[in-house]
Write a protein that binds this ligand. Structure first.
Ligand code: ZN
Ligand code: ZN
Length: 239
């Protein structure tokens, strides 16, 4: 069994704590026995590479992704194969409104290396909604072989249920993510079709203390993107 946390923010997210650096995240994942983690900053993949690099050395498999905000203000986790990260980033860049970040108000948006030197400072505010609907987002992510996972679907903000009022039947999601306090039986009794989906628990960590104790078990041989994809397809997931 593989332990995975597929929703982690870094120092690049304006709301991510300054301590959520690549080295800290890999170290913490290792200490907590996580085999697989995904870096999912708001509307950016730019911190993934460094975390992947450190993870490789330390024996923690790191996936590239982003938490995309759709036009409807729904948060969606997009995970892609490492070779597709550039395409995902280009797509985000073409639809993210060019609103400058106000660091004092929203927080810093930094890409740092292992030594915690700043490599890049993102000038565009990353928490705006992309000019793409949830359906267009799903279509694009699947077109590059990625995984499309609506985030924290039960939350009162930025979720499918808060923004649309329900989970649309027939939604082509690879899995649905639940927040810490989700009532899954209650959700399924309200929307019966939800029982067809795989559910995940992820930390959505923004602060060091959020991270390490919330994860999902996957019945896969190796912690990597291809095996994860297979596990979601065949529902080899244990909450
Ligand atoms: Zn979110
Ligand atoms: Zn998040």
């Amino acid at each position: 069994m593989i332990r995975a946390d597929l929703h982690i923010h870094t120092i690049l997210s304006p709301c991510g704590d300054i301590e959520m650096t690549p080295s800290f995240i890999v170290q913490r994942a290792k200490e907590k026995g996580l085999d697989l983690i995904a870096i999912t900053d708001h509307n950016s993949t730019r911190q993934c590479e460094e975390v992947v690099r450190i993870g490789k050395r330390e024996g923690v498999e790191v996936l590239c992704g982003a938490e995309i905000t759709t036009k409807e203000e729904v948060h969606v986790i997009a995970l892609v194969d490492y070779s597709m990260r550039g395409l995902l980033q280009e797509w985000i860049d073409s639809y993210l409104p060019k609103i400058p970040n106000n660091e004092e108000y929203f927080g810093y948006q930094l890409v740092v290396n292992e030594m915690e030197e700043v490599l890049y400072q993102e000038p565009t505010l990353l928490i705006s909604a992309l000019n793409r609907s949830i359906d267009q987002t799903e279509e694009f992510i699947h077109s590059i072989g990625g995984l499309f996972i609506p985030a924290h679907i039960d939350k009162p903000q930025n979720s499918l249920i808060s923004q649309l009022g329900f989970v649309p039947p027939g939604l082509k999601a690879d899995a649905l993510e639940l927040s810490k306090r989700a009532d899954l039986p209650g959700l399924i009794s309200a929307c019966g079709w939800l029982k067809e989906y795989c559910f995940l628990h992820s930390s959505d960590a923004h602060y060091p203390a959020d991270f390490g104790d919330i994860f999902t078990f996957f019945d896969i041989e190796k912690p990597n993107f291809e095996f994860l994809k297979g596990a979601l397809k065949n529902n080899k997931v244990l909450l």
